[in-house]
Design a protein around this ligand. Structure first.
Ligand code: NAD
Ligand code: MG
Length: 408
């Protein structure tokens, strides 16, 4: 029985993780949950999974949660009540909860950084969905991983595909799990991308793109922020940086390929020129389950892939003029140090402004580029945690200022 802490349990990754736990009750047990503001769903999850601890990001919601749990125990009979915590310390405590063996990081954005670090420092294995944490703070997270011996298992579907393809190579034999150490024999990574919501739109039509258009992903059902990132292709840019940090491979050997069917989840080319790919229907449950069961594979009744049903797998090069975010991410990644944190925070803020209908879709890359340009004079090569947190705030402020200037 593996014990699990689920960070961001009410989100897309969190709910799919809990679905897996329900499918395999003899294999997994939830001991800790954290959530943002969705109390009705959190209460249902507490009833179902009976965790030892629950942490709310916003501690002012604790009395309301306690009240709801009390009412429930009066109307539906007794049930064990978890310890309830809140705020940053509460999230960190749930992330490093003593009885948890694996922490699934399903918080969205750099808000996941401190709980992720708490989990690493406590020596927990991680199923990493919250890529923003690694992208913003790679120079801080990687040394901590090496110190604590925590294993970083990629839950992002592309990185899971790469990880799966690397099983059985010298990399896996050395048990070097995603610690940023170069992977022997790995010549090239090809990250596949669906192309996002606007893949069939012309570049000039993007000026008309609305929030509703951007959050309708053709292949995957995900949270709003990552769905917009998929529409700008920033998600793929962030995944390039994520792959660099996870597998220790230089940027010149990481390529993006548009593959509209999302059947091949990514590919690796090895030293002898062999190319390995991992295939499956687009369903996040598989990469999450693999993190949970690794190095084993569990039998599932999930939909099986028949290539004769798919009929066609197509590929094309990405259009970097239509989607400037990819190049911005490569440039930030190549520079490294503090720049990926600036890119990531500017993106988070710009996407939030777009979702709030304060800016146009095509403004997102412009705002990120401005933040990255302005940061060049203050760039630092090996930042500490405090530097990353300050830069994250600064970059968000730069985007907010650009938005208010436009409004005035
Ligand atoms: P989501 O918006 O559906 O869920 C986010 C979760 O984080 C929710 O439980 C929310 O309550 C919590 N949360 C939000 N803000 C918080 C804060 N400030 N402090 C603490 N908790 C907070 O997002 P998602 O789509 O599940 O994505 C989660 C992470 O996984 C992201 O980093 C995303 O890039 C990554 N990811 C998601 C998918 C997917 O299919 N959804 C695929 C690959 C990677
Ligand atoms: Mg992905």
């Amino acid at each position: 029985m593996k014990t699990i802490s689920v960070l961001g349990s009410t989100g897309s990754i969190g709910t799919q993780t809990l679905d897996i736990v329900e499918e395999f009750p003899a294999k997994f047990k939830v001991v800790a949950l954290t959530a943002g503001r969705n109390l009705p769903l959190l209460v249902k999850q507490i009833q179902r999974h009976n965790p030892e601890v629950v942490a709310l990001a916003d501690e002012s919601l604790i009395p309301e949660l306690e009240q709801q749990l009390q009412t429930l125990s009066q109307t539906k009979g007794p049930h064990t009540s978890p310890q309830i915590l809140g705020g940053p310390d509460g999230l960190n405590a749930a992330a490093s909860w003593k009885s948890a063996e694996l922490v699934v990081t399903g918080i969205v954005g750099c808000a996941g950084l401190l709980p992720t670090l708490a989990a690493i420092k406590a020596g927990k294995d991680l199923a990493l969905a919250n890529k923003e944490t690694l992208i913003a703070a790679g120079p801080v997270v990687l040394p901590e991983l090496q110190k604590s011996g925590s294993r970083l298992l990629p839950a992002d579907s592309e990185h899971s595909a790469i990880f799966q393809c690397l099983q059985g190579t010298p990399w896996a034999e050395n048990a070097r799990l995603s610690t940023g150490i170069p992977t022997p024999g790995l010549r090239r990574i090809q990250l596949t991308a669906s192309g996002g919501a606007f893949r069939d739109w012309s570049a000039k039509d993007l000026i008309k793109a609305t929030v509703k258009d951007a959050i309708s992903h053709p292949n995957w059902s995900m949270g709003r922020k990552i769905t917009v990132d998929s529409a700008t292709l920033m998600n793929k840019g962030l995944e390039v940086i994520e792959a660099h940090y996870l597998f220790g491979i230089d940027y010149e050997f990481i390529e993006i390929v548009i593959h509209p069917q999302s059947i091949i989840h990514s590919m690796v080319e090895l030293a002898d020129s062999s190319v390995l790919a991992q295939l499956g229907w687009p369903d996040m449950k598989l990469p999450i389950l693999y993190c949970m069961s690794w190095p084993h594979r569990l039998e599932t009744p999930w939909r099986r892939l028949n290539l004769t049903d798919v009929r066609e797998l197509t590929f094309r090069a990405p259009d970097t003029a239509k989607y400037p975010c990819m190049e911005l991410a490569y440039a930030a990644g190549r520079l490294g140090g503090t720049m990926p944190a600036v890119l990531n925070a500017a993106n988070e803020q710009a996407v939030a402004e777009f979702l709030d209908e304060k800016i146009h879709f095509i403004d997102i890359p412009k705002m990120i580029e401005t933040a990255c340009e302005l940061h060049k004079t203050d760039w630092s090569e090996s930042p500490g945690l405090e530097d990353i947190l300050l830069i994250d705030k600064w970059s968000r402020k730069i985007v907010q200022e650009q938005v208010s200037k436009r409004g005035s």
